[in-house]
Design a binder for this molecule. Sequence first.
Ligand SMILES: Cc1cc2nc3c(=O)[nH]c(=O)nc-3n(C[C@H](O)[C@H](O)[C@H](O)COP(=O)(O)OP(=O)(O)OC[C@H]3O[C@@H](n4cnc5c(N)ncnc54)[C@H](O)[C@@H]3O)c2cc1C
Length: 441
Amino acid sequence: MASTATAQLGRELAAIVGDAYVCDDPGALTGFAIDGVRPGMWVVPASAEEIAAILRLANERDASVTVAGGFTRQSIGKVPEQVNILLRTHRLTRVLHFDPGDLTIGMEAGCKLGEILVRVAEKGLLLPLDPPNAAQATIGGSLATSSFGPLKNGFGGAREYCIGVSFVTGDGRIAKAGGRVVKNVAGYDLMKLMIGSQGTLGVITSANFRLFPAPKQTATFIGEFEDCESAMEFCGAVRRSPLSPICMEVISPRALEYIGDSSEAWSVLTRAAGSDAVLERYRRELSANTNRELVGAEEKRFCNGVREFAEAVPRKHQNAMLMEVHLRSSAVCEVLGAAEQAATDHNFLFASVGRAGLASLIVALVPLSVDPPVVSQYASVVTAIRKSMPKDGSAVVVRCPREAKPYFSVWGETANDMEAMKAVKRALDPNGIMNRGRFLF
Ligand SMILES: Cc1cc2nc3c(=O)[nH]c(=O)nc-3n(C[C@H](O)[C@H](O)[C@H](O)COP(=O)(O)OP(=O)(O)OC[C@H]3O[C@@H](n4cnc5c(N)ncnc54)[C@H](O)[C@@H]3O)c2cc1C
């Protein structure tokens, strides 16, 4: 965009939100670069109406828009073509309703997830949305990236307990799907669509959730196994038993380093919640395969370490690559074996943590070569891992150095529902202004 057009756009945005909430200072914007692409300006709306006006204006001016919540998962996706407007959500922070008796809460999309978790915990309730870095992540960003953590094992993903979403479509229409109450069918599918849409369809402005009673007591059992196969066999046996742990994580030996522990063995974390009798049953039935029971502060430290794995690795090694791998349980060991071999072949360290029961894993690959590593190494290791994947699995690179991104597809195989996805995109964002260039098309 030419600078006079940018200045004009800035003035028009200021007319919508006020001068104080538009910034085009390059110094301030540098900290908001996405894969090195600095936004032309940022704008901070305070309502769905202001967002609708911003998006209508952006359509008229053919300006691309990227939404920024806590800025924790902007590493996902291709390098953006350009970001004319960064739409920040930190003025959308109202809790709209909180009904502990009805087990529901609704809030605006810019609310920090961590603050909401504390608020519901004070009433003895649980929102089982537990991705890493909840202190920074916003509700809108967590839904847009379909984020999750270890509790997905026991409670499912956000699509299961998010009961309503309000959003503004890419072409500036205010819309609503689902509702405030748990039994609500209308618009349900549209709501599911926004969850995981990666900011490509519109701006989520608020969301309603069903809550759960917080477990009164929990215990975490750690088992050690000589290889991935025996760890996964144990997980399979637990899944087939009447036990229903709230978390079940399989952890590679190297991953323990980032969790603050160490062992040469593969570990399985099984977290149980319930009465004394329930926990006693876990003790009895798991005793042959577990060697440690963690409770209290020790349990909290270990479980937090597992949840934060995907944050801890890049914090320690800025050139680390992270892949989110989803596949059938029966394929886990083969794919992790291939990942470990690919890491050795291409001079990376391999570590993995994931939801064993759901076969949703984070695979971390840390380059061993001197800084900066050769970019083609990343492509080689990704290709080798994808070759080992079953057809119905997916392996998405959710973080890697920007320089490596042009050498492979971060999204992997083109989805076979591509035509349907394009039709959805045309319906909600006909001019393609939302997150231009970062998703599949
Ligand atoms: C234009 C568009 C149209 C869409 N249409 C539909 C739809 O019709 N029905 C529906 O349920 N969802 C739809 N979505 C949402 C998208 O398919 C979800 O992101 C995807 O379903 C998440 O997959 P999951 O639930 O299996 O994995 P999750 O566990 O929710 O997420 C896993 C990760 O997969 C990645 N991912 C997201 N989409 C893709 C993809 N297409 N290919 C590869 N990796 C991806 C993300 O990084 C995500 O964090 C659409 C999204 C877009 C942008």
